[in-house]
Design a protein around this ligand. Structure first.
Ligand code: ATP
Ligand code: MG
Length: 575
């Protein structure tokens, strides 16, 4: 491929709205162009990377026994009503009407469509197991689509769905997908980690997310330094033990705290550490009030809360609701004589007493509070966010927190959709049974973005060879010289024969521009052909990742190149 015929509109400046590195570099490297918020055109170079990612996904899915299909993107509302998700799925679901005023949506995911398909096709246990997948554009009307391909509204996903006759079958299907995902991300040359993830109302360890490790990741993951435990913080359980503190002699007492509301303010005012306080957080859960108590210095994990109370929607109480439920303005809520049916406390509050809490009264707090003595709790539960000072819930040793980007998700759905949509089969005894399902997603376009988040430097992208739009770039420094042009052609042909994807920079540009662009677009192997080098019998080769330059002799180029290539590839962890 010749650069002069291949459209790569590189830019000096990143777009003003780009916050993350991948968004900046994808745009500057001419790989994507924005149409409108969260919606992009994949330009020739960008599409090549996406195509390479898709090809790896496809090969491994096929190897794992899944069959590729392509389902419609426009989905009728009645299927979503049947599954119960039409009302429940939030504003991410883009809803539309056709000319007959019938409701549709743009597919954010395809559980309904695939379940409808399979219930119409599969009759007998003999047709199971079945695993169908597609690589296709999804639409989710994300609230903050500000990260380029990382969080688009339109994006490419591989989604697979497995159907089994029993739990053992589902376990097998899940294991096969888990293994395929490991193979996929290893082949892509990414540093990643599968972590235990939240399974929502289904519960149990039925879900893993595949995280690309990058400082810019939106997810925080907990990794044990001693055992194999790794989990999304949303899910990470907290071990908590000690002696229960259920008595307190000092009587409860009201203190005046005029105009101090936050824990920080009250703590300064009363000269007590944040750990002496209980924060009372109020929520509207499916229209009903819920109160949650955590220690003053802690953060509530709302995913844990949502799972505990099995809520479909969970919103922080509005200032009006706070006033209505507590009789006080925001900042003074407390659990004592709180007229709310459900009050949950975080586990660790069990192991201490003598708390300071809000008094449900403007400008007042209560001190010397004992939960057992003074509060009617619904119960204790693991409700806070894990911190680096907590220990591994599996082995009790030290943990660390790192950042990750979710590129894949494997999930045991069980009968969630097959039940509501009536996806059944006849078992060995001719009995009607509901199928067990799993779903498995990979954000193909996000993979390319996260690969850049993980692999870049101040000059541009450093693509791992498997995801690079081209593996080698041959830079022609003198397009007016026949000798140079002939050499470039010769090398191009040689590399092609080696099965290497090559781009030749044959543009009428200054060497400086060519070198800058070469680093920006991040092709892993750069080979420079110029008049002076040829005179000395050498070609300069640069490993984009390390920046290391090597001189390859013109005589015996083939052997020298192969050796050099091996070295470049060995620097990547491609399994
Ligand atoms: P997130 O938590 O990042 O919003 P999700 O858990 O909602 O993602 P899934 O429903 O698990 O996403 O979708 C499967 C995969 O699709 C994700 O693992 C992710 O890689 C990708 N993905 C999801 N939303 C987007 C998006 N808005 N843009 C690009 N890729 C996405
Ligand atoms: Mg997910």
């Amino acid at each position: 491929m010749r650069w002069s015929r291949f459209y790569i509109p590189t830019l000096k400046e990143a777009p003003a709205d780009a916050e993350v590195v991948s968004h900046k570099l994808l745009t500057r490297a001419g790989m994507i162009r924005k149409l409108t918020s969260g919606i992009y055109t994949y330009m020739p170079l960008g599409l090549r990377s996406i195509t390479k990612a898709s090809a790896i996904v496809r090969e491994e899915m096929d190897k794992a026994g899944a069959n590729e299909v392509s389902m419609p993107m426009v989905q009728p509302a009645d299927l979503w009503q049947e599954s119960g998700r039409w009302d429940f799925y939030g504003k991410e679901l883009l809803r539309l009407k056709d000319r007959h005023n019938r409701d549709y949506c743009l597919g954010p995911t395809h559980e309904e469509v695939i379940t409808d398909l399979v219930r119409g096709e599969v009759r007998s246990y003999r047709q199971l197991p079945m695993n169908l997948y597609q690589i296709q554009t999804k639409f989710r009307d994300e609230v903050r689509p500000r990260f380029g391909l990382m969080r688009g509204r339109e994006f490419i996903m591989k989604d697979a769905y497995s159907f089994d006759k029993d739990q053992d079958g589902l376990d097998e299907s899940y294991k096969a997908m888990y293994a395929a995902y490991n193979a996929i991300f290893t082949r892509m040359g990414l540093q990643f980690r599968p972590v235990e993830a939240d399974s929502g109302s289904i519960g149990g360890s039925f879900s893993h997310e595949f995280m690309v490790l990058a400082e810019t990741g939106e997810d925080t993951i907990v990794v044990c330094d001693s055992c194999s435990y790794a989990a999304n913080v949303e899910r990470a359980e907290i071990l908590c033990s000690g002696e229960e503190c259920d008595a307190l002699e000092t009587p409860m007492e009201e203190v005046s705290t005029p105009n101090v509301r936050t824990i920080e303010e009250v703590s300064g005012f009363l000269n007590a550490p944040a750990t002496a306080f209980i924060k009372t957080l109020l929520f509207d859960a499916d229209g009903e009030p819920v109160a949650v108590l955590v220690r003053g210095d802690r953060e509530l994990n709302d995913v844990k809360l949502k799972n505990l109370i099995q809520a479909d929607t969970l919103e922080m109480a509005t200032p009006e609701q706070v006033r209505e439920w507590t009789g006080a303005p925001v900042g003074f809520a407390g659990p004592v004589k709180l007229n709310i049916k459900r009050i949950y406390a975080d586990n660790e509050l069990r192991f201490a007493t003598d708390w300071i809490v809000g008094a449900n009264k403007a400008d007042a707090h209560l001190q010397h509070v004992c939960l057992k003595r003074d509060v009617e709790l619904t119960g204790y539960a693991d409700l806070r966010v894990i911190t680096e000072n907590d220990v591994c819930p599996k082995c009790g040793k030290e943990i660390s927190l790192t950042k990750g980007i979710e590129v894949g998700h494997v999930f045991k759905l069980g009968t969630k959709y097959s039940e509501s949509l009536g996806c059944t089969f006849l078992d060995e005894n001719g009995k009607d049974k509901v199928m067990l399902m799993g779903c498995y997603g990979i954000g193909v376009s996000r993979v390319v973005a996260s690969c850049i988040e993980q692999n870049h430097d101040e000059n541009g992208i450093c693509f791992p060879p498997p995801l690079a739009p081209f593996e080698a770039l041959v830079v022609n420094l003198d397009i007016k010289s026949d000798e140079v042009n002939d050499k470039v052609d010769e090398i191009y042909t040689f590399l092609k024969e080696q099965g290497i994807d090559v781009l030749v920079d044959d543009r009428k540009e200054r060497p400086g521009v060519k070198f800058k662009d070469a680093d920006l677009i991040g092709i892993p192997m750069q080979i420079v052909v110029g008049g002076r080098g040829l005179k000395n019998g050498i070609l300069e080769a640069k490993d984009r990742r390390t920046g290391e330059k090597s001189e390859l002799p013109v005589e015996g180029f083939a052997e020298a190149f192969k050796e050099w290539k091996e070295k470049v590839y060995a620097g990547w962890n491609i399994g």
